[in-house]
Ligand binder design. Structure first.
Ligand code: FA5
Length: 348
């Protein structure tokens, strides 16, 4: 067969075969079969070297024409297959915009964090600064600097986790008192601070005790601070946390770092003081320990107790949150059960 005939044969066959193609893979196979290095058209054109000088341009031209036609047909078919694939995908992946969406779950701060923030807001409003302390603390600051020397029997009540003989997980936030006092420059004004954070004790976990819990320390030192200031401050706290009609009462107590020391009760927010299950029929609920700063604590921090004095308090926001929200087991706060935690929305 002459080259000319072979070329028209290729052209005709390619037209029919490319027309019948439905996938990209088939199309690629045909492209290679006709235009590839070993393809039909290439083979024919290789035979041109044996042609005469007159025939060569004629066949050359025809060869180019056939190649252009096949290339055009391949390109058009490729575009139409791509279009089809896209249309198919679009029809399969239709989006029903009328379906109700999936609402992303919005988190919230933990109930203890919310309670701490509520207390922080109150004290910030009264001009206190918020100080952060160390959870891993020196025995010296945790005990000695708050007037609890080695072998003092009151250390037993706060038996704790020791890392070395000198380093421990703090048992209360009171070491922040000493750390803040020794840094404070009284020529710039009084010291008014609160310090919230985690504390640790070797307590057996039960409904009201956890080995890890929170405290908020408070300390006010200036020249003429009296117990009336302490009482007024704690009354403001009780009203903020438990309602405007709350009263407080102070009972004598003992802490080595305050003298005199008191336990502070708030009138029962459930029964108003008549007696109920929340206040164990007494009309009062204990919320914190407090007292007038012991002169020795001031002296150890380089503050002259003949000139300066003040008060300190320490509360457990976990217990306060339990009372406020009627939670009967402190361990619920630490289980990370969303069904429990979702119930508490103090702020928007
Ligand atoms: C103290 O820790 C003193 N540092 C508080 C203080 C500061 C008094 C400044 C005077 C001046 P106490 O051991 O009572 O005191 O603890 C204070 C509060 O922490 C308690 O009223 C209670 O609310 C909370 N608390 C104590 N132990 C636990 C525990 N195991 N689990 C949860 N809360 C606890």
């Amino acid at each position: 067969m002459e080259l000319k005939d072979r070329l028209s044969d290729i052209s005709a066959k390619a037209k029919i075969e490319i027309n019948a193609v439905t996938t990209m893979e088939e199309l690629e196979t045909l492209r290679v079969a006709y235009l590839g290095k070993k393809g039909a058209l290439t083979q024919v054109l290789k035979g041109m070297k044996d042609l005469s000088a007159e025939e060569r341009p004629v066949i050359g031209q025809l060869g180019n024409k056939v190649r252009d036609e096949i290339t055009t047909q391949l390109t058009e078919t490729k575009t139409s297959i791509e279009k089809e694939v896209l249309n198919k995908r679009l029809s399969e992946e239709t989006l029903d915009v009328t379906l109700p969406g999936i609402k992303p779950k919005k988190g919230q701060a933990h109930v203890i964090t919310q309670s701490i923030e509520e207390i922080e807001d109150l004290f910030l409003g009264m001009g206190y600064q918020i100080v952060e302390g160390n959870e891993v603390e020196e025995d010296y600051y945790n005990f000695e600097r708050v007037n609890l020397p080695q072998n003092h029997p009151a250390r037993d009540m706060q038996d704790t986790f020791y890392i070395t003989n000198e380093i421990l997980l703090r048992t209360h936030t009171s070491p922040v008192q000493a750390r803040t006092l020794e840094k404070h420059d009284f020529s710039k004004g009084p010291l008014k601070m609160i310090s919230p954070g985690k504390v640790y004790r070797r307590d057996t976990d039960d409904a009201t005790h956890s080995h890890q819990f929170h405290q908020i320390e408070g300390l006010v030192i200036d020249k003429h601070i009296t117990m009336a200031d302490l009482k007024g401050t704690l009354e403001a706290l009780a009203k903020k946390m438990f309602g405007e009609n709350r009263e407080i009462r102070l009972r004598p107590s003992y802490f080595p770092f305050t003298e005199p020391s008191v336990e502070v009760d708030v009138s029962c927010f459930k029964c108003g003081g008549k007696g109920c299950n929340v206040c164990k029929q007494t009309g009062w609920i204990e919320i914190l320990g407090a007292g007038m700063t012991h002169p020795e604590v001031l002296r150890m921090s380089g503050v002259d107790p003949e000139i300066y004095g003040g008060f300190a308090f320490g509360m457990g926001p976990d217990r306060i949150a339990m009372l406020k929200y009627g939670v009967d087991d402190i361990r619920n706060f630490y289980l990370n059960d969303q069904r429990f935690l979702e119930q508490f929305k103090v702020k928007g």
